[in-house]
Design a protein around this ligand. Sequence first.
Ligand code: UDP
Length: 499
Amino acid sequence: MKDSFNANPRPHFVIVPLMAQGHMIPAVDMARLLADGGATISFITTPINAARIRPIIDRIHNSSLPIRFIELRFPSAEAGIPEDCENFDLITSENLLKPFVEALPLLCPQLESYLQQSSTPKPDCIIADNWHYWTVEVARKFGIPRLVFHGQSCFSIYCSTVLRRRKTLDEIEDDFQVFELPEMPEKIEVMKAQVRRWVDSPDGYNIRQMFYAGEAAADGIVINTFDELEPWYIDSYRKKAIGKKVWTIGPLSLYNKHVEDRASRGKPSSIDGGVLLQWLNGKTSNSVILVSFGSISRNPFPQIIEIGYALEASKIPFIWVVKEADSAAAAAVVDIETDKWMSEFEERTRLTGLVIRGWAPQSVILSHEAVGGFMTHCGWNSTLEAIAAGVPMVTWPRFGDQFLNERMVVDVLKVGVAVGVKLPPTKVVMAAGEKGLRVVRREEVEEAVRKLMGRGEEAEERRKRVREFGVMATKAMEDGGSSFHNLKDLINFAASHST
Ligand code: UDP
């Protein structure tokens, strides 16, 4: 696809992602897509984050794509956080969350100084994660448009916009009250506690207010989704909720055509690629369930046991990604009890299961034909990656937009089975553990897994639907597809601001 869009002149995008895996991974994919389509990119990062994605940076440099990785010093000292805490998944205590967020605007002087350097091409457009609301000022200073990048579903963004505008949650006193989402084309029910933090900031924060202000001041919105997946929500968000230009350019993960590209997303994998593929190749088509809860969520030990016994009892082949027993992780997240239990579990289940302790090459696994199901925390990247791969889901949301993503997967798209968790953890979820979680019993986990992986009519229908969405996703990203068209339009938009 190199230079196929012929954008003339080559516009310079400055991409400012949030330092969190779920934000950086799609931002790297977006950078490569834009560069491949005729743009020049400055990708803003920090030393530890750059070191983590070194393999992909090296691949990009070897491919000659015009992407510069700009390493700004993370202002840890000014924010009063440990020196190496440069990513959400390195935050080991809830007390560090607020200072981490407050450190982000302190990046502003360094970014401005980079953009002023004579060796920097003149910037034409900023695409910033909505956590970086401070980029409003940078765009103003340089007289260029600023777009907000949403790595969430349009469904969840639309819901939060409507709930906030109508002040719906203010009218509901009880956190546990179930209510019907307003202004929707179908009946969708949620509990206030499931969406509260997604709509308004937790006590003591005004981060969501800043998101909304940053979004209102944006010149347009870029979303990692595709038109055919959620047409009503994209259209309604565009026309009724935000009233500005919206570019849907996903699923971004599909940019990674080669297994090496998929394998190098995020962090270096904790499992040897050859061992993994050999294991998967030995399994029949659609027989394996992948169990993984994203980059931030962690299960407490009692929950790990329940998941383990459920997988064992189901006798369904599985790959289970267990970050709680990652010996390479920071000491704070290693749990000796879990480690010991996992070793015994692995020994007992070695004929049916594969445990990955640490980082898994999720895109590689999901796109393997042996994989027929995915137990997920409903992070939007994971959800969209599963849809793009045509894999149905067991949904197990934790926080943020994840409860809404569950509703989308189960009620709107009808490609998932809910494990049945009703409440988010009481505290903000940290790598250190989710202390407030209700433990979902092994029987419930097993039932959801069996339902998903079974051969009944309902299961087959789910499989068929998600495969159809997968085909649509691939077409959207191909030459002539909706996301391909939108990406081209986005590049032309920036080019039209180039002087
Ligand atoms: N991911 C991965 N390996 C892991 C865990 C996560 O490759 O072991 C990737 C996953 O494919 C997705 C991202 O990390 O692209 C997680 O983003 P998501 O929005 O699903 O969840 P979050 O981590 O932000 O909660």
